[in-house]
Design a protein around this ligand. Structure first.
Ligand SMILES: [Cu+2]
Length: 148
């Protein structure tokens, strides 16, 4: 009689353990999609840029390059903004450079994309340009306007 109770006890414990395991497993599965949704939005940061994105106001711009212009050729931000420029090269061989913020994409072929990030920590009008030989002189420039 005692042995039988013991056995029932063991079985009960195993069942209870199995139920707890199953419950915690489904709980994990339910919370997983949430974390995989929030993670990408927290790290759109590519390449060389500041890593502490907390409390930063991220402004993202898509700029396309072609011979010999940028579109748009004017970007307006506020001082302190974390600026992300996604440079899409449509035609030719180009980059996007802003000397004052040490921002520079790779020089890329048509169809390629590169992204730079920087903090617009000073006000003024700054030129972004293509640093491939002669392109700046041919008008491949734009204005980054940082307002107070
Ligand atoms: Cu160029």
């Amino acid at each position: 009689m005692r042995g039988r109770n013991f056995l029932i006890g063991i079985i009960f414990l195993l069942l209870a353990g199995g139920v707890i395991f199953a419950v915690s497993n489904t709980a994990n599965q339910q919370s997983n999609p949430e974390t995989s949704i929030t993670q990408p939005t927290q790290k759109p940061v590519g390449g060389s840029g500041p890593t502490d994105l907390n409390n930063q106001n991220v402004k993202t711009f898509e700029v396309t390059g072609s011979p010999f212009q940028f579109n748009p050729n004017e970007i307006r931000v506020k001082k302190g903004d974390l600026v992300q420029i996604v440079f899409n090269n449509q035609e030719g061989f180009h980059d996007l450079t802003i000397d004052e913020f040490n921002a520079k994409t790779k020089q890329i072929q048509a169809g390629q994309t590169d992204t730079v990030m920087f903090i617009a920590d000073k006000t003024g009008v700054f030129e972004y340009y293509c640093s491939v030989d002669g392109h700046r002189e041919q008008g491949m420039v734009g204005s980054l306007i940082v307002e107070e």
